[in-house]
Design a protein around this ligand. Structure first.
Ligand code: NAD
Length: 432
């Protein structure tokens, strides 16, 4: 099929590349000229495991193209995916200006039947608004579809190629058949394409993300309570997670959830509820507790240094909001770095993929190291903010030699406290 993807970021690029891999003729449109020029030269603008191989193969085969020309994009695809940003607006709602702006453009430019599919995470009722925007500009027939994306950064290609489920909100048989034809190659093992109405599909995405954020937040509260009563959250987590009704995943406490989705999606669902006179009491707490959770490690650092972090050199391992991505949107590391700088400390950071993005954001207010070990050289303490695999089993002897003082603040609980004490570290973590 001929497909257009408008918005070629983390979701759009993975969607476009994977649809090309399945044999479709895909044109990806983006407003960012630098990004498009890079992709036209065969360079990936983001880090995502396995994407490079698929990207190279499909560019070579002529099935994957890039352009900044929206007119070309609208004419190319029978199916047009919107993978545009829906960032948090000032009042917590999702900013729909990108989605509705592009819907207007499509309405102005389309000359024949189109299926306009939202992959962006959008509040209930956005499908109606996209439909109205198109109708206001064109008499040509079209269908609007909601197809929320559930891929996880770090596993995006795997998730797209082998999804647990594909959620599709449709209103016509024609659109339903087209989506089924497009997606059936991705669910050959029998995982379902779940068809539903558009509003339910829109809500499914928010309901899923808010549930996962709630699960993490609940565990963070349990961890904080563990610290007060002398329990060990690792044991509690295992004891809970082995109950199949609960499950072992998403029970890891830390310094709060971050990233490009959970923070904004929880707030947007909370705000949508408010607009419909529905008070999401649970989400209200989740938002508050997560804000507090970002702050729990910093007082431990202050206490260790007896309130004086001035001129202390702190090494930070991990800047991305989670491992296997270069995405730093709402990354807890940024909160911690700002607190440290405000307290007069200096920071040297290392991350396998996210340093360029942080350089763009923080400039030379911090230093960047070329390796884990060079980051900790002569540091007064090591702070771990992202659980990259490479950080899990370092050479502790070298670490001790490089550090000025043997102090580790671990925001991701990646080491065993007993082992760390035996190795001679002052070790601080969450809920243990
Ligand atoms: P992103 O910021 O990485 O990418 C968005 C892209 O859209 C950017 O490249 C930007 O230049 C481009 N763009 C902006 N305005 C444009 C316009 N008028 N025309 C063409 N291109 C334009 O965002 P993302 O992380 O890919 O997220 C996109 C949507 O998918 C959001 O609604 C998000 O909530 C949702 N989502 C994201 C993830 C994720 O893990 N990142 C997962 C599931 C769903």
């Amino acid at each position: 099929m001929k497909i257009t993807v408008i918005g070629t970021g983390y979701v759009g690029l993975v969607t476009g590349t994977c649809l090309a891999e399945a044999g479709n003729d895909v044109l990806c449109i983006d407003i960012d000229k630098v990004k498009v020029a890079k992709m036209q030269q065969g360079l990936l603008p983001i880090y995502e495991p396995h994407l490079q191989t698929y990207f190279n193969r499909n560019i070579k085969s002529g099935r994957l193209h890039f352009s900044t020309n929206i007119e070309e994009g609208v004419h190319h695809g029978e199916v047009i995916f919107l993978a545009l940003p829906t960032p948090e607006d000032e009042d917590g709602s999702a900013d729909l200006s990108y989605v509705l702006g592009v819907a207007n453009q499509i309405g102005e430019l389309m000359k024949d039947y189109k299926i306009v599919v939202s992959k962006s995470t959008v509040p209930v009722g956005t499908g109606e608004r996209v439909k109205a925007a198109l109708k206001a500009k064109t008499d040509v027939s079209f269908d609007v579809v909601s197809n929320p994306e559930f891929l996880r950064e770090g596993f995006a290609v795997e998730d797209f190629m082998k999804p647990d489920r594909i959620v599709v909100g449709v209103e016509s048989e024609r659109a339903k058949n087209a989506m089924e034809k497009l997606y059936k190659t991705f669910v050959r093992t029998g995982n379902p394409i779940v068809f539903m109405d558009i509003k339910s599909a829109e809500l499914t995405k928010y309901a899923a993300n808010a549930f996962l954020a709630t699960k993490i937040t609940y565990m963070n509260e349990i961890a904080n309570y563990c610290e007060k009563v002398g329990a060990n959250v690792d044991d509690v987590r295992m004891g809970m997670g082995l109950d199949e009704r609960i499950g072992k995943r998403f029970l890891f406490p830390g310094i709060g959830y971050g990233g490009s989705c959970f923070p904004k999606d929880v707030k947007a669902l909370h705000k949508s509820g408010k607009d419909a006179a529905h008070y999401f009491a649970i989400l209200d707490s989740v938002i508050k507790v997560n804000e507090q959770q970002k702050t729990v490690l910093f007082p431990k650092m202050q206490q260790h240094f007896e309130g004086n972090l001035k001129n202390k050199k702190i090494a930070v391992w991990g800047l991305a909001f989670k491992p296997d991505t270069d995405d730093i949107r709402e990354a807890p590391a940024l909160y911690m770095i700002n607190k440290l700088l405000d307290a007069g400390a200096s920071v040297t950071a290392f991350d396998p993929e996210a340093m360029d993005n942080v350089k763009t954001k923080l400039g030379d207010s911090i230093s960047f190291a070329s390796s884990m070990i060079s980051a900790v050289k002569d540091a007064d303490a090591l702070l771990i903010c992202t659980e990259w695999h490479a950080f899990r089993n370092p050479n502790f002897h070298n670490l001790k030699t490089a550090l000025k003082r043997n102090v580790i603040f671990d925001g991701r609980n990646i080491y065993n406290p007993k082992d760390m004490t035996a190795l001679g570290f002052d070790y601080y973590s969450i809920g243990r």
